[in-house]
Design a protein around this ligand. Sequence first.
Ligand code: CP3
Length: 365
Amino acid sequence: MTTDTTGTVARDGESRPGGPADSPFIRACRRRPGPHTPVWFMRQAGRSLPEYREIRATVPMLESCRRPDLVTEITLQPVRRHGVDAAILFSDIVVPVAAAGVDLDIVPGTGPVVAEPIRTAADVERIRLITREDVSYVDEAVRQLVAELGDTPLIGFAGAPFTLASYLVEGGPSRTHAKTKALMYGNPELWHALCGRLAEVTLAFLRVQIDAGVSAVQLFDSWAGALSEADYRRFVLPHSTAVLSGLVDAGVPRIHFGVGTAELLGAMGEAGADVVGVDWRTPLDVATGRIGPDKAVQGNLDPTVLLAPWPVVEAEVRRILEQGKAAPGHVFNLGHGVLPETDPEVLTRVVALVHEVSSRRADQG
Ligand code: CP3
């Protein structure tokens, strides 16, 4: 497995100037051919790795996101272990809103919990615009990581306005997003003010990461699938567009991802993405039909399949690679994040399999 990964990198290294911009991952994002289909996993930094749990045993989540030495180590762990084609910055979608002055914590087993949920215009006003100094630990961690990673690209990320708004309005994770939608339908003006402010914070946060050297960014709108397409277009799309289009001149590929978004794939692409993330519910060839021929796709192995016997995993990986050929670029990933109970050995095997099956050596045309 290791031989295959190393071999691919070496082979590729001979024919290109090197650096993350020419990596298989960035090539696929830009719909350019590469030596193999690149693979990384959402939530690869943490959760299933014993070496991650060891670090986190004594350090609370938010503190670990604010210590550049720990961010660097945790981000590198899955790259070392699995040989994935990209690293993702270890952080959380609530880090920038905490930096903007919102009192919150990440509670183990629950997720983000906000002390005083957003209800009024005055609450929105209290969300400050952030500067580089507010998130200097992210700036520092990205610079350290870029130096350590060499040719392996680092993905920066942020939560999209709707998903952030959901945590801030609900006060924590929610199945129905009822309070969020009540605000959206009942007070559109306040809703747009909140999402407008969150878009500004998010854009500033992504700019800090890009200036520090990330090679791509992913905007997570994890819970956007709770909305109809009409409501998504009216209440969410303008704000996600403000973030993604605000980065046009930054020169790094932009990935846009949500869960349960089969009906929203076209609209999410319109927000200004180069790559649209697809969950496991929509086959990649069908997704490509909805997104259009000018964008790459990312996905979409069901994370629970990794708990099945290997022959099942292998068949699913092969199916997804086949369906991904319908898109002008394919980044292999899960349809959502790695589950904590996943055996890390299986993730390593999936990386090797994706590389092997998709290898485009001269003898294979
Ligand atoms: O992808 C990565 O490996 C990078 C790190 C990362 C984390 N969170 C670390 C984390 C990323 C990209 C995120 C994004 C994130 N955070 C999203 C969008 C992605 C998605 O899954 O849809 C969302 C919705 C959150 C909010 C959040 N933070 C949730 C729902 C949870 C889970 C709570 C739990 O304990 O299950 C968190 C906490 C969190 N963020 C953990 C990690 C590694 C677990 C913290 C722990 O180990 O205690």
